[in-house]
Write a protein that binds this ligand. Sequence first.
Ligand code: F6R
Length: 589
Amino acid sequence: MCGIVGFVSSGPVIDGLIQGLKKVEYRGYDSAGVAIIEQGIIKRHRAVGPLAALMTELPPFQGTVGIGHTRWATHGRAEEKNAHPHCGKGTAVVHNGIIENFQALKKDLSFQGIQFESDTDTEVIAHLFATSEHLTNLQERVLFVLKQLKGNFAIAVLLQDCTDCIIVARKGLSPLAVGQGKEGFYVGSDLSSLSGSAQKVAFLEDETWGVLYKDQAIFYDWTGQEKHLNFYPNPLQAQETEKGDFQHFMLKEIYQQADLVRIQGLPALPAEVCQASFFTALGCGTAFYAAWVGKFFLERLAKRFLNLELASEFHYRNPILPDGVSIVVSQSGETADTLKATLYAKSQQQYVLGMINAPHSSISRQVDYLMPTGAGTEIGVASTKAFTMQVLSFLNLSLALCSDAPLRQTVLDSLKEIPSVLKDIIQRSHEFAQIAAVLSQYQSILYLGRGLHYALALEGALKMSELSYIHAQGFAAGELKHGPLALIDPQHPVVVLAPWDESFSKTLSNLHEVKARNGPIFLITDTKGAASLEGLKPEGLFMYPSLQEPLLQVFPNAICVQLLAYYTALHKGLSIDQPRNLSKSVTVE
Ligand code: F6R
């Protein structure tokens, strides 16, 4: 979602701000802006559209204190008047999150004669700072404003009365990171914005605010007591946030999987996890589908029950949870729904295990035991390597809990085959480009799979719809004749994930049912499956080498559905790393 950046230095900050904004672009946005203190006056520049639009006609700012923002519309359309920073008299504010009482505050401020120019909730913050100018003590002034704001928010503020600093504050779910570099202090909505610039970083805790100067930063709690923040070396290297020779981050991240999926050594689990017989997995979107695969692993290999829950639904129904372990799955570690679900699980005395890719994220800081998924920085909005590494983490967890030593050894042996199988698929990417050219002509695609492959069918359909804007929906192959078969005709192709396994022949029967209704079939299978098609002639076929252990077919299947979605979007000329309307880090519910 929206991205915040800020920089206070001894030299001009505009280049640093723009670099920071480029690094938060991946979060998804529809407008952007900067505000800078120029010779004691706040100057602002905003534009709708990509950063390139902001850069055209960007004034030659020379100021040494500034803030910037990429906005993903929530309150008010994507128009320049709604783009951040928002200004009041002598103030400018960038904001992530939602000010829940903004209507009431707006009414009060309007009574005082203040004119609003935007439809946003953020603008009230700027005017509250403006109306607090009578408070000459900075602490009193900031607390006067913060205490009036309800909701979750992260903000960075410029004050014309305080020309050498940026005020930062965080309440609730919206994260905010501060960085210290050779050239000054930075603020950003995540670590990406600080990569390559800050050597040391710290996250603002809930209900914390601070003042950043070029050579020091002071932090306070909501009562005004000074508090210490732990800075640690910035874990993010600049090259991780660069595309290198790849056309898109997504392609780079798909390719990286061949090196990532390998035996890592099983985790040394805490007693609470080893002894638990009831697990609940919580996640949204792709993370939820990874947990779905995890259910198979945990039940087959560790013989433990796993209850799957969509984090976005979970806490609203106040579910009853038997004693056990909740596994929260998240790439960003900032997803508001997943954070809420985590807090609910904790409130129910669950032991919380976090499978998180961003180890310093808000959710990581809440869990009892962290299993970092180790995918590295993922920039493409559509999750690829993060999914695969979540799946690998479930595999590692399940193997660590598996008491059947020969079974564990078979799986570990088969895991050694994965890197070369994934490399083989990647080398044959052009085959997906050919299938994608055909698929891109359709308005709607069904994805089918059985068992473990059903989870991948759901993930494949999600990837296809978010990237290509083609309606795509996943079904369990066995459900076909319970309804979706009515959709099948020459205009409704099916993408089928069916490598050879114990359910292959059943899926094959389903495919014959599709064929009998002239539905085009695009089959992803392995060599054994392709050799057992019994006369079925799919319109498109991709086949990868057969694996020793069918449970691990999830890895090649994952790369196949990712490449299919990637090439379909490429064929349609769409924005691959930032699909429309979507955001990498979903920090609002
Ligand atoms: C889809 C995708 C999303 C995320 C979901 C959860 O490609 O990326 O469905 O998986 O928004 O995000 P995290 O894992 O950051 O909690």
